[in-house]
Design a protein around this ligand. Structure first.
Ligand SMILES: *Cc1c(COP(=O)(O)O)cnc(C)c1O
Length: 447
């Protein structure tokens, strides 16, 4: 034990101070039962603070409905099920009800996304992206993906699944002001590199992509478009964004826990039967075995909510982000995309460089119970990762709590009070708690 602790002591990716806090609790507790209580207490502290007292404006977060939460804790989550749906393609017996849950999930996803195929077994969208790279590319292939300062995500870069697959990664040319693909530059870059796959995956996402034009260009050499719709998945399902599978993308992945507002999961959908074997062979047995049937049940339940409320809910999310962006802009804050109506999604991107940058501002806002995240923006370099200039704000949670355009004005006011030091954060925090107290119910669900 001593030898391992001395060798591992030298390197730790996690913050040592926080780990030491936990170590101390574990070592000083008189019984494991009390240690378990510490865990439950931390969960409860979070539920009160983040669940009841904060304005959660994190773009990748969504509150799930009571039914979805209940299903996540259900008995079926202790059952093992791997393989494909049906009596012959599973390893375990006793799965007749599990087959019902899983098939309802698959058919509901097909209906929401209006597509021929959907898979429910991916625990995260990262795994969905790994699935696409494993199924549709070979090591050494060229691909084009979006660089991080322009909205791209690590899963499609060298440090993520695309890098693990051994792909050569080139940038999708983006216009840094209009925040869309520069189609002329794209045509040039793509014709030179002739990528097997062009991935459109954006964590910072304000406007649609010229998918039709892009897919026509890559079809010259049989290239394909992969739409990583992690963020926009719900907007797409609710008909409030472009429809990638209909506009030229051959496959789409997405995070069920972002705009889709279900349990954190990966979703993958496609139309071409020729993709079914390579994609499903990669999912099982390569990237998923026991695939958490409680999560699948919760995903199916959230897809049912989506059929009933998706359109109205997603339209209000976009209306709220437009209203919030305009309210910030009207108060003199630099909001990206101002010349194009700010945003067509759940996101608002703000340049906070002059207030000290994204890291400091996100922490300062969190002290006022306003939760956002630091974000790279086009004026940053990839190396500015720790200290970027931008702030990303999302309207999913506040919308599901029932807030509308009028509340966006109040929230913009609170944000500006903090940014411009008009009022101590403690005092803004009191206002936030008071406002949030009136919004505790989850809307757009059957509960
Ligand atoms: C969030 C995100 C992912 C990863 O999704 P998870 O469900 O968290 O694994 C992949 N791609 C993009 C563009 C994202 O924003």
């Amino acid at each position: 034990m001593n030898s391992t602790s001395t060798t591992t002591q030298n390197f730790e990716v996690h913050d040592q101070k926080v780990l030491n806090w936990a170590k101390e609790i574990i070592e000083n507790s008189s019984s494991p039962r009390l240690i378990q209580k510490e865990i439950v207490d931390a969960v409860d502290r979070n539920a009160i603070w983040r669940g009841q007292e904060c304005l959660n404006l994190l773009a990748p977060e969504a509150p799930t409905s009571p039914t979805v939460r209940q299903l996540l804790a259900s008995e079926v989550g202790t059952r093992a099920a791997e393989g494909h749906i049906g009596p012959t393609q599973r390893w375990f017996s006793g799965t007749k009800y599990i087959d019902e849950i899983e098939s309802l999930c698959v058919e509901l996803l097909k209906k929401v996304f209006n597509c021929n195929y959907a898979d429910h077994r991916l625990v995260a969208s990262m795994i969905g992206n790994m699935t696409v790279y494993a199924a549709l590319t070979k090591p050494g292939d060229n691909i084009l993906t979006i660089a991080q300062p322009l909205g791209g995500h690590s899963s499609n870069r060298y440090d993520g699944p695309a890098g693990i697959r051994g792909l050569n990664i080139f940038d999708v040319p983006m216009d840094p002001v209009d925040l869309v693909v520069d189609i002329d530059e794209f045509a040039k870059a793509a014709r030179e590199v002739r990528p097997t796959l062009v991935t459109l995956g954006a964590s910072m996402t304000l406007f649609p992509f010229p998918l039709k034009e892009m897919s026509e260009i890559v079809s010259e050499w049989g290239g394909k478009i992969f739409f990583d719709g992690a963020h926009q998945l719900g907007l797409i399902g609710g008909g409030q964004f472009q429809d990638p599978l209909n506009e030229g993308a051959c496959i789409m992945t997405g995070s069920a826990g972002k705009t889709f507002s279900g349990p954190q999961s990966g979703i993958i959908v496609w139309n071409d039967p020729n993709l079914t074997q390579p994609v499903c062979d990669t999912i099982f047995p390569a990237l998923a075995a026991t695939h958490q049937v409680n999560r699948v049940a919760a995903l199916a339940a959230s897809a049912a909510e989506f059929l009933a409320f998706g359109k109205e809910y997603m339209a209000q999310i976009v209306a709220n982000s437009k209203a919030l962006a305009k309210a910030l802009h009207d108060r003199g804050i630099t909001v990206l995309g101002a010349h194009k109506g700010f945003t067509e999604t759940h996101q608002v991107i703000v340049d906070v460089k002059k207030f000290g940058g994204g890291l400091d501002i996100a922490h300062k806002l969190a002290k006022a119970n306003i939760i956002t995240n630091k974000n790279l923006i086009p004026s940053d370099k990839p190396d500015d990762w720790d200290y970027p200039s931008g702030l990303r704000i999302g309207t999913i949670e506040i919308t599901r709590l029932g807030m509308k355009e009028a509340e966006m004005d109040i929230i913009a006011d609170y944000i500006v009070r903090v940014l411009e030091d008009q009022e101590p954060v403690e005092s803004v925090r009191k206002r936030v708690i008071e406002m949030r107290t009136a919004y505790q119910k989850i809307h757009y669900c059957f509960d």
